[in-house]
Design a protein around this ligand. Structure first.
Ligand code: HEC
Length: 103
């Protein structure tokens, strides 16, 4: 492979992982990891098990985006997720898509 090709491949790889990294950082910034982890149980369900649960649900993005903003309980147990007022509608959709892609 020529050096130019190597460089282009690297730039493309960084571009793709850069998007996932930005979404991950949004989860950090919005304090979601206070109660959630990527793949093990914390206070709330982990993000991988959430994406598996909704894998065949066509309306999952809308549902999850709303739930992130409004919070709630009763789906995973009796623990309560408080409303996340620091999350905008657009951020909720971004986070919902990211979480649902983790499976
Ligand atoms: C104070 C703790 C807490 C914080 C902070 C929190 N969550 Fe939750 N989350 C929970 C609990 C508890 C549940 C389970 C609720 C249920 O069973 O309905 C949950 C459930 C979820 C679900 C699954 C919803 C469903 O109906 O299946 C998603 C997605 C989610 N949280 C995303 C987030 C995101 C994104 C953030 C950050 C913006 C966040 N959570 C912040 C506690 C929290």
């Amino acid at each position: 492979m020529s050096n130019l090709m190597k460089l282009l491949t690297l730039v493309l790889m960084l571009g793709a992982s850069g998007i996932a990294k930005a979404d991950y950082e949004l989860l950090q910034k919005k304090n979601c990891f206070a109660c959630h982890a990527m793949d093990k149980r914390k206070y709330g369900p982990n993000f991988k098990e959430i994406s598996v649960k909704y894998a065949t649900d066509k309306n999952a993005t809308t549902y999850i985006a709303k739930k992130i903003k409004a919070g709630g309980s009763g789906v995973w147990g009796l623990d309560m997720m408080p409303p996340q007022a620091q999350v905008t509608d657009a951020e909720a959709t971004t986070l919902a898509k990211y979480i649902l892609s983790l499976k």
